[in-house]
Design a protein around this ligand. Sequence first.
Ligand code: FES
Ligand code: CO
Length: 332
Amino acid sequence: MIERRLWHPVVLADQVRDAPLAVRLLGEDLVLWRDEASAVHAWADRCPHRGAQLSLGRVVACEGGATLECPYHGWRFEAGGRCTRVPALPDFVPPATHRTTVHEAREAHGLVWVRLEAAEAGDEAPPAFAAEADPRLRKLNCGPYEVETSAPRLVENFLDMAHFGFVHEGWLGAREMAAIDDYRVEPTPRGLLATGCKAWQPQSTVHSTAPAQVEYSYEVMDPYAAVLTKVPEAASVGIDGYREAIALYICPVDPERSRVWFRFATADFERDDAALRAFQDTIFLQDKPVLESQRPRRLPLDLRAELHTVADKASSLYRRHLKTRGITFGVC
Ligand code: FES
Ligand code: CO
């Protein structure tokens, strides 16, 4: 399953503190914990001794470095996963085969990312967008939002402008202004790029004072990650010339259950974090009931399964991309 070789976000980095933390990714239970150097580790949440959940255990400082102690018989495992101590046999030196199942974990964009299998092509990083590298822009994560649908349905909703006038009426659109101008869409190695996407929006950001015609580009950076970038225009961005962006990062928890974050790169330096998050909460809580109502929850990759118009060409290309890429999780 190619999804196992991709990086996925699982939790906000600052949520992983002194205690081990249970998360779920691609239908698998994982435990996250931090060692004495603050490095994050992601293991299968199952003790190799008798299968107890390691996330119920504790992090213990030891001479050779921090260990994770199983809640059941107290076996301890060092950062690399190897068992260092079996309390029932104090003199026993565990062989190298006594170890947990270890995955790769990394921090990026304020999130912990995990991949379940190493990629053959080497060390690809978690997906990042261009505005991330602009130090002038303020970065802020909103979420997580727990959603009862597949990750690909969420990506498609993010690419979809035709719902603005209905789901986000009065905010991102108006039903009498729902027409979608033609836009361009092209495949990229990791997804797709849609440019020239225009929308008329009454309240496109928390600081909008008047309706504006906004122009976006959308990029799918990975099967479950996308970013919208605003074309600089005084009416739609905080400060003229800044390329503000919002990334969608999704943890595919189960085939029909996802955890979502939005990462803002914004030129708004006035509102506090709570105000920016409240705006995004409002927008996403408008999407959520509709998203959870879609059937099937898994995205159909057979283009004959649902109806498409030319206004949906970004989503049609996304489905073709997932199929070509061999994605099987969250699709049907
Ligand atoms: Fe973990 Fe026994 S089940 S130490
Ligand atoms: Co929406």
